[in-house]
Write a new protein. Sequence first.
Lengths: 155, 93
Amino acid sequence: MRDINEHTPGEDLIIKAAVRLLVPFAQLFGLYVVVHGHYSPGGGFQGGVILGAAFIMLALAFDMKTSQQYMTIGVNAAFNNLGAAIFVGVGVLCALFGGLFLDYSALDKLIPLGPVEWRSFGIFLVEVGVGFTVMSIMVLLYWNLSSAGSMKEGL
Amino acid sequence: MKSLALFATLVTGALLLFGTKDFPAWGDPQSPASTYLSPVYIEQAVAQTHVPNIVTAVLGDYRGYDTMFETVVIYCAGIAVLSVLSRNREDEE
């Protein structure tokens, strides 16, 4: 158990202030990378890593408890399961509506947007799922590896 | 035993390197990948998917399976680390 008043490397006023300012912009940029994957380099994997890095920055500059105030372990578990479920669910939904697995144009029967538009929108849905999973798994890996599995106190 | 492992590694590596001899040259326009698959993507991706970024179109639509299992691999990595490292509540204190 570490003394709370002990000055540890990384627990620095400048770093804390900088991270406090940086985290909202990092999250906004992460969301931008996820949703702008159709037009620029990016997508679920890259955006998810940036979103996860925002939480890891919080854990590094403050401590693990602080980052878990913003994303609890339960929410983290919900996100990584939800992300994988969105991807597989979209694929299964396509198959249920008469197309092939992951053939998004079949979803046109659910909401008529046009088969080609649906292929574009289906990619977006899937990327959102990828983003959820990657974000929460990155945070989960950091929590576990830096605290040797207790997810309470670490770096 | 160690020298045997080294021998097996070297033989496997040599076989793999030997296999690359039959690959088409780097960027060869006559290679199978460049003659029949890439042109289809480049010419039709925007018309078929309305996604201006061909990389995203290939990744999310034409190669949807691949991307799905990439996600599943990351998911499995997280679950594996969680199940190996995570300590039970009874163990604490």
